[in-house]
Design a protein around this ligand. Structure first.
Ligand SMILES: [Zn+2]
Length: 145
């Protein structure tokens, strides 16, 4: 593949990956919105009284610290990479690896963000918050911070 054809390929790949990302986020928002009432009704019909242990709080605190660190790393990488791509600072040989690195980093960040659930009711924490811990679980109302 010549250097001239790599740029449109990267642009098209970037547009496709971005479109898939937008659709995935939209589906997650819809899932959160439509699943919440039934989960709340189910929880309120059969609530379980539970206090978070200090180990639970520590696990939540560590998840939040990693979530913030991954977010900052991804944003710094995007800010550093995209202008270099736009004005041609990077050699064409570095475009594909740089793009793959960014997509990999974003995938790791998203996988981490959605990896934790409420210790009491099991509702995914990543669905409840765009970044970091919410104050309370939206289903069981347990204080998470
Ligand atoms: Zn909960």
């Amino acid at each position: 593949m010549s250097a001239i054809t790599k740029i449109p390929f990267i642009s098209m790949s970037s547009i496709c990956v971005s479109a898939v990302g937008v659709v995935a986020v939209a589906l997650l928002i819809l899932y959160r919105y439509f699943s919440l009432p039934s989960l709340r009704r189910r929880w309120e019909a059969n609530p379980v009284s539970a206090q978070l242990s200090s180990a639970d709080h520590e696990r939540l605190r560590r998840w939040q610290a990693r979530d913030m660190a991954l977010f900052v790393t991804i944003m710094v990488s995007v800010i550093a990479f995209w202008p270099a791509l736009g004005i041609g600072l990077l050699p064409t040989g570095a475009l594909v690896p740089g793009y793959v690195f960014l997509m990999g980093l974003a995938t790791v960040g998203l996988a981490h963000h959605f990896a934790l659930s409420c210790p009491v009711c099991g509702r995914n924490i990543g669905l409840q918050s765009g970044l970091a811990l919410p104050r309370h679980c939206e289903v069981c109302r347990t204080a998470l911070r």
